[in-house]
Design a protein around this ligand. Structure first.
Ligand code: HDE
Length: 720
């Protein structure tokens, strides 16, 4: 080994000798020969060197070619490392500074590139090019996120999902920084730091991570009646989506669109996923967090890598002041929504995500969304939450990205000309030429000037009133839409909301907080409060919290608020897990694989050993995943493709029994060969419409396309 390595080093030296610019390398190699020889049995193997000449040379930051990246420069063979080893120092110093502060909220996120294409122009409503140029592909960068967890937390926490879109329009970047829930916890930006402090890990102990199920969150929430509507959403299945490709998105606030004449129209923005919405159940979410904390990012990455590009319709709700004034609530209050049944969505275009990032840090981590980034034709409203956001995002990027030039980072850089008099600052990348760095000026003919016709103009809204710290009385009803949301859900979804409240409040150690929250729910509906109280084992009468505005129970249910009510009957974009063992029928596996492909779904073979199993025909059936690392929570429907003998063997294997049991308990469609019976029995599977034994692959998949078997849930669940 020693000789071989020595030879390869000599070869490198000879090869490099041919190139005069590499003279130093040759000398360095020769100069270090003695010490290198001592290490040839160690880590300096020839594969690390550029022996074949196929790899470009490794260099220092400043371009000098590096000869040895395995050993630091030492005084003597076993002596101390020299401060002179500037290459060692450069490498370690850069490493020491690799991290930047993570986002205070939405720290865990995942981004992808794509485009938006307008189909229906908003002529006369907005003068923005993006709303007028039909068919043009406007590049976008989208970052999805959870809110509370830190960067390394699980994807599957019960949480709101961020849905931030950066449109690189020809008139500048427009950032629509939204969520997958159309309302928010608070009405005024001044409460945001409190909300975030309360939901993140508690400051003394530093836990819990990525979870609202703890005392400080519910203490705050129970004292903030304005949060009640959002709490209903956060406890619903919207907060545990199956895939980022299957979430809706909302701008949340009321914004304005401005036309050529300066006329304003109020607007609410919506994203609707082409694959339909789908969520997981809570027990499943808990287990996914263990089985694959990267569940959502892996799913999005794989889908895009395989060419299954996720798509969303971009929709608007447009209305004017007169329409807004008809509601009891205020359209400037971010804890309220306008039901689609009252104001239908107008689809304006489609967004497609078709490219994964090349580098997570450079793009996703350094992406800087700013609510203030609007284009002419789009404007803010006076929503007091939105007003605070206009400031916060720019401010936060300056700390996070280290200075005021973060818009020059490629992922943030506009794809249109940028010309202004802002100069210098940390990490200035642009070579700003000329003498003129001020305005007005007369020395340079091409210096930029404002353009009152094409430029951003705020809507000329008449203003009056006294300066005061006050919340308008139009923001006072905190319960009516919470009631409306709950009763717009299917019974299954209502049960899930109740269960989620019980789960979360059961983690709250302070009894008074639990009781206060139930008292707040009593303001929405005594039946909801009673069910939660029962689930908590609370004794005695429920005390409603004091309130000034009583709930309205006459608001019509809005079916659009339900996930299950408008679920798409499709298996597209979902995933089948197929369990095999020795003796399985390769034909069954193959026909399932083909049927899944035809349905545009994913398919994975799961076996006790990753190398696969020996099929009934004596040939190996290859596996994609090993049973211990492929819990059935990772799939939307499962198929147990085992022989009678295989089923008897797996019935003694807890992982296999758990695999089938969980699929059943999570109301999934289970397909099985006739021989699978011993395993199904061991897992407690009881025949129902979702247990398809012996049927062909297509029958199994068309049953699975109808969604989960919710009728089964009361039989397997007891907590509500
Ligand atoms: Fe954010 N929010 N937020 N937020 N938010 C941030 O900006 C803030 C709010 C949302 O993928 C921060 O760049 C304030 C509502 C998303 O990079 C910060 C208020 C909605 C993202 C910030 C709100 C959001 C953020 C942290 C109350 C839904 C992730 C890092 C006034 C409409 C963007 C950053 C990304 C991120 C402030 C409320 C969505 C601190 C002050 C309401 C999707 O600036």
């Amino acid at each position: 080994m020693a000789d071989k390595t020595r030879k390869s080093r000599t070869e490198i030296a000879n090869k490099d000798a041919a190139k005069p610019e590499n003279q130093d390398v040759k000398l360095t190699n020769q100069g270090q020969k003695a010490s290198l020889e001592d290490h040839t049995t160690g880590n300096a193997g020839e594969t690390h060197q550029n022996a074949g000449g196929t790899h470009p040379p490794m260099t220092a930051q400043t371009g000098a070619i590096i000869s040895d990246d395995e050993n630091s420069l030492r005084a003597g063979r076993r002596g101390p490392t020299l401060l002179e080893d500037h290459l060692l120092i450069e490498k370690i110093q850069h490493f020491d500074h690799e991290r930047i502060p993570e986002r205070i909220v939405h720290a865990r996120g995942f981004g992808a590139h794509g485009y938006f294409k307008l189909a229906t122009p908003l002529k006369g409503i907005s003068r923005a090019a993006i709303f007028n140029e039909v068919g043009v592909e406007v590049p976008v960068f989208v970052r999805f996120s959870t809110v509370a967890g830190n960067e390394g937390s699980t994807d599957m926490a019960r949480d709101v999902r961020g849905f931030a879109v950066k449109f690189y329009t020809k008139e500048g970047n427009w950032d629509l920084v939204g969520n997958n829930i159309p309302v928010f916890f608070i009405q005024d930006a001044i409460k945001f730091p409190d909300l975030v402090h309360a939901v993140k890990q508690e400051p003394d102990r530093g836990f819990p991570q990525a979870a609202s199920a703890h005392d400080s969150f519910w203490d705050f929430a129970s004292l903030m009646p304005e949060a009640t509507h959002m709490l209903m959403w956060a406890m619903s299945d919207r907060a545990i989506p199956r895939s980022l490709r299957m979430i809706e998105g909302f701008g949340v606030h009321t914004y304005r669109l401005i036309n050529e004449e300066g006329k304003a129209t109020f607007v609410k923005f919506h994203w609707r996923p082409k694959l339909g919405m789908q969520s997981v159940v809570w027990d499943e979410a808990l287990k996914i967090s263990g089985a694959d904390p990267d569940f959502h990012r892996r799913d999005l990455w794989n889908a895009i890598a395989e060419g299954n590009f996720p798509e969303w319709e971009f929709c608007v709700q447009l209305f004017d002041e007169d329409f807004a004034n008809k509601f009891d609530f205020d359209v400037l209050d971010a804890t309220k929504l306008i039901p689609e049944e009252i104001l239908p969505l107008k689809v304006v275009g489609t967004m497609v995500l078709n490219r994964n990032v090349d580098n997570f840090f450079a793009e996703t981590e350094q992406s800087a969304f700013c609510v203030r980034n609007i284009v002419p034709g789009v404007d803010f409203s006076n929503d007091p939450l939105l007003q605070g956001r206009i400031f916060s995002y720019l401010d936060t990027q300056i700390t996070r990205l280290g200075g005021p030039n973060f818009n020059q980072i490629p992922v943030n850089a506009p794809k249109c000309p940028v010309m202004h008099m802002q100069r210098d600052g940390h990490m200035q990348m642009s070579l700003q030429k000329g003498r003129v760095n001020y305005s007005p000026s007369s020395l340079q003919a091409d210096s930029p000037r404002p353009d009152p016709t094409k430029g951003l103009v705020s809507y000329a809204e008449p203003m009056q009133g006294s300066k005061m710290k006050i919340r308008s009385e139009t923001f006072a009803d905190h319960f009516s839409q919470a009631y409306q949301f709950f009763y717009s859900q299917t019974e299954t979804e209502q049960n899930h909301i109740i269960s989620a409240f019980i789960f979360e409040l059961s983690k709250v150690e302070t009894k008074a907080v639990r009781e206060r929250m139930v008292g707040q729910l009593a303001n929405v509906d005594s039946k909801i409060a009673t069910r939660v109280a029962a689930g908590l084992g609370m004794q005695g009468a429920i005390e409603p919290q004091p309130t000034t505005v009583k709930v309205r129970t006459d608001l019509k249910p809005s079916p659009a608020l339900s996930i299950l009510g408008k679920a798409k009957k499709t298996f597209e974009g979902r995933k089948v897990g197929c369990l095999i063992a020795d003796g399985s029928d390769a034909g069954v596996v193959q026909s399932l694989r083909s049927a899944a492909k035809k349905a545009n779904a994913d398919f994975a073979v799961v076996a006790p050993k990753v190398g696969g199993a020996v099929g009934g025909d004596g040939k190996v059936i290859e596996a994609d995943m090993q049973l211990a690392g492929a819990a059935s929570v990772l799939f939307d429907a499962v198929y147990v493709a085992v022989s009678d003998q295989g089923a008897k063997t797996l019935a003694k294997e807890a992982a296999a029994v758990g695999w089938v049991h969980d699929a059943f308990a999570h109301c999934k469609v289970i397909g099985a060969t006739a021989g699978a019976k011993p395993l199904l029995d061991a897992a407690g599977v009881v025949a129902d419409a979702g247990v398809v034994v012996g049927g062909d692959a297509n029958a199994f998949l068309s049953t699975a396309a109808n969604g989960r078997i919710w009728d089964r849930e009361p039989k397997v669940k007891t907590t509500y």
